[in-house]
Design a protein around this ligand. Sequence first.
Ligand code: 5GP
Ligand code: MN
Length: 326
Amino acid sequence: METRTNNTTREIADLLKSLDKVAVTTHVGADGDAIGSSAALVRLMRSLGAEAVFCHREPVPNYLRWLVPGEALPELPPDHDLLVVDTSRADRVGVDYEGVPVRLNLDHHADNPLYGEYNLVDGTAAASAQIVASLYKECGVPLEKDSATAIYTGVSTDTGGFRFRNVSPAAHELVADLLRAGVVPAEVDDRINRTGTVPQLKIVGASLANAERHGNAIISTVDNDDYERTGASELDSKESIDRLRTVAGVEVVAHLREVEGGTKGSLRSESVDVSEVARRFGGGGHRLAAGFTVRGKKPDEAKAELLDALKGVVDLGEGSENGGAR
Ligand code: 5GP
Ligand code: MN
């Protein structure tokens, strides 16, 4: 196999300046950094004089829709160079791109295999949006309020509001620049965190009610019955994982939700390499935040497999196979 190399910010800035028409996309199940970094890259390309569109086969979640300039296209338009952000693997790209080369793969997942023709992967960046910000600087394009807001959304959501271990002096220094460019954090917080619905509240509640502790791990599950009962969708349940982290003494938290064809798992930790656990299920991600999908299994069955995989990784306490202490 050909060895791919990581490019420098300078090389990527030169590449971007040479492009006329680009389509920007990101990973499936897009989150704040996925959409924030995409929106900021679309704006950068437009500032450089290119035609730039955002493409994704899935609808942009409502709480992030306002960040994307213009319409989001479900399919790649012809004759556009494909730029992919925040996507750790080629099979997680959010559009069908058969036969189309990935011109740029920009990401902050350390396990990214550099699948682009050009790659800008920095595992020390708190968010992909932070890497896009470095390209504004390198291209000499000043940040204005809209682009700075998109970048701020990426950095603030991927750091859990500047609380996670990926926060760095560089991230805070960038945020100072973003605020000088006009970002109002309270406005972003309103749009991101205060757009919920009662069904969303209820699915998070259902997920928390289903949580079970096994030694130093805690796992919550939601399935189709929960979606039906609450009127919420599977993605709505995901934020419950952050509440699981509030339990004292817990080292690994997991959320398992039923999706079409199987169960999607999210793993978080403060200390344990959960990307290693996710990889055993064919998934991946960051050391302390990772995910995977188990095909053909309901959350309860996936939970049994996950507990098996967690043996030796985290203390599961006594009698964990039987449910453990609640
Ligand atoms: P989340 O739990 O928020 O879906 O994902 C946490 C992290 O793990 C994200 O950085 C995401 O890119 C990565 N991740 C989630 N699911 C998968 C997966 O199925 N495969 C891989 N390779 N990474 C995943
Ligand atoms: Mn990210």
